[in-house]
Design a protein around this ligand. Structure first.
Ligand code: PEP
Ligand code: MN
Length: 360
């Protein structure tokens, strides 16, 4: 993929004065439900109406989507509200039906992006289409797999492309349904700076109370848009009931979001910014260098502990270090919370190194 700028023409052509908004229910349930939500979203920032027609569910026996008939409901949405429509496709048959029924934008779900075979099947079925295709990140935090999926579509001649960041599953429960791992999304933007990147706070949080906060973070990180699941009766939705918001709530979320200017191209801003960023780069290199040196010392201590048969974890010494660092940090304007997090991470890395030395 050379010129990623041409891949965002579809978005630039929309000339939006706000981030792109895709909204609608997790699943199309009935014709009435789809049309009611669509009409409630009609006069808002929403450009694309979403609804899952084929639903990938974790366990069999759950509601797996209404199937083909739902595509006719999406057609009605377009006729009655003027909003464009989108749905998830997960195989060649879905692609064929979605195109036949005039769906405007297709997205590929997280459970499909993980499978190169499925991605290739979808890419082949879509070959040469001018539909917009968005690729969700795979469920596991694997940047190469995500990029690989996008490259398969690009190679099949699909030029209206984009990506959706919907977070990553973890074994341990966290406050998120799928942790955002923002660093990975930033890395994605570094690799393909022009490829439209949409955030999906609904599947990241799994919780409607957190949609606002995650959406704001995404906009602060220069995401191009948001995909937010919306239902007039979220609590009784047939899928993802905890994370959907009402159309009214969606509008208030959009109003409360702060949209920052992407960049101010004025030289008076850009020049000092570039020089300050260069300074940050230098300091970051020094930090890595110092951390590497610290680890070498920890390795030597690991060697000594092994010889003397002493336990890796020395709690008293560790509490002393933490106490001192909190004081030092405070004198440099660094919060206690930050110092504790930082040194716990450094300490954990030292322990890992020493365990290897002692056991290996
Ligand atoms: C969805 O958007 O409804 C969906 C199934 O998402 P994901 O692929 O991110 O789980
Ligand atoms: Mn969903």
């Amino acid at each position: 993929m050379e010129n990623t700028k041409e891949l965002r023409t579809w978005l630039d052509d929309m000339n939006l004065s706000h981030p792109l908004v895709i909204a609608g229910p997790c699943s199309a349930e009935t014709e009435e439900q789809v049309l009611k939500i669509a009409h409630e979203l009609k006069d808002s920032d929403v450009s694309y109406f979403r609804a899952g027609i084929w639903k990938p569910r974790t366990r069999p026996g759950m509601f797996e989507g209404v199937g083909e008939i739902g595509l006719r409901w999406l057609k009605k949405v377009k006729e009655e509200t003027g909003m464009k429509t989108c749905t998830e496709v997960a195989n060649a048959a879905h692609v064929k039906l979605a195109i036949e029924n005039d769906v405007d934008l297709l997205w590929i779900g997280a459970r499909s992006t993980v499978s190169p075979f499925i991605m290739q099947e979808i890419a082949d079925a879509l070959a040469g289409t001018d539909k917009i295709v968005l690729v969700k990140n795979p469920v596991n935090p694997d940047l190469a797999l995500w990029l690989g999926g996008i490259e398969r579509l690009y190679t099949a001649g699909i030029k209206n492309l984009g990506a959706i960041h919907r977070g990553f599953s973890t074994y341990e429960k966290t406050k998120y349904r799928n942790t955002p791992e923002w660093q990975l999304a930033i890395e994605f933007q570094n690799k393909f700076p022009d490829l439209p990147l949409i955030n999906d706070p609904s599947h990241i949080t799994g919780n409607r109370e957190m949609i606002q906060e995650v959406s704001q973070t995404a906009l602060d990180l220069n995401f191009d848009g948001l995909m937010i699941e919306t239902h007039f009766d979220p609590a009784n939705a047939w899928s993802d009931a905890a994370q959907q918001v009402t159309p009214t709530k969606l509008k208030s979320i959009m109003e409360d979001l702060t949209i920052k200017k992407l960049t101010d191209t004025a030289a008076s801003y850009r020049e000092p910014l570039e020089s300050l960023r260069a300074q940050i780069n230098v300091v970051d290199d020094q930090l890595i260098d110092l951390l590497g040196k610290r680890m070498q010392v920890a390795d030597k201590i690991g060697g000594l502990k092994k010889e003397q048969n002493v336990a890796v974890l020395q709690s008293r010494r560790w509490n002393e270090i933490l106490g001192n660092m909190v004081l030092e940090g405070d004198s440099k304007g660094l919060s206690e919370e930050f110092i504790l997090k930082l040194f716990k991470a450094i300490h954990q890395e030292s322990i890992n190194h020493q365990e290897k030395i002692i056991n290996g």
